[in-house]
Ligand binder design. Sequence first.
Ligand code: NAI
Length: 312
Amino acid sequence: AKEPVRVLVTGAAGQIGYALVPMIARGVMLGADQPVILHMLDIPPAAEALNGVKMELVDAAFPLLKGVVATTDAVEACTGVNVAVMVGGFPRKEGMERKDVMSKNVSIYKSQASALEQHAAPNCKVLVVANPANTNALILKEFAPSIPAKNITCLTRLDHNRALGQISEKLNVQVSDVKNVIIWGNHSSTQYPDVNHATVMTPSGEKPVRELVKDDAWLNGEFITTVQQRGAAIIKARKLSSALSAASAACDHIRDWVLGTPEGTWVSMGVYSDGSYNAPAGVIYSFPVTCKNGEWTIVQGKNTGKYDPITC
Ligand code: NAI
């Protein structure tokens, strides 16, 4: 039998946490044959709710779940973890300036970064979900200098999956037949969802999305704004921000990173930029990546002339 993998979820008593921990315990993130031990961190005001989540995990009797650590202590939470999904943070609220959120997140990510640096398992893979995700990931990286930059990523897979979903709805095809969209840049409304290399598997073979959709005005307009503003549309409809789709995307991100992307397929991940595609170096930026043996690699050569996502 495989040794259990320890997976940390911070902000585990929150909405995304509540959707995410059962997925992890079911094997959605690391595979149906991979036992897991869940580490859940939240802050003291949420301790009782966190304990409630732990009770439900016990009640769900997940066969793969070999243990649960539920704590408000960052060191205890980070000790020995192989995967860390950082969902906890201070989201921007109405009337708050960006810099106010930033200073709150700096103090949160500073202490969690050092707890991870000192206590996580070697080669721990980190995924930052909490917004602003790119910035929080960079803050974490700055305060955990001994964690290799390649191990610190942020979530743009939700945007990637939203783009796949929009194409599948537009063409009335299965989402599993659509692949290779790209999210460039940030997880924010300034991201660039790019379909210029995306394809659909059809009965007569793989076809470019641009050829099938035909409607360039839609692809260059409404498609992009729908993906960019999907988060806001979900809040409007649900009165709460995306949770199940965010949790599912976090599982997709880690699964592909650990187990590899399928041949001929890339996914979008926010990773430490080496300046590829003239994106600024040294920031956490979303690129198309393939993964193999637990390592991501930026896919090169995918800019497309007048649609060049970085200069456009
Ligand atoms: P939520 O407010 O329901 O849950 C957040 C949880 O984090 C709460 O339980 C809170 O007590 C906890 N928390 C706060 N400070 C903490 C700290 N210092 N340490 C540990 N836990 C802490 O929020 P929700 O809906 O679960 O969203 C979480 C974050 O994910 C937000 O920042 C949100 O903007 C972001 N998000 C990111 C997405 C992405 O695609 N990258 C998509 C959707 C949400």
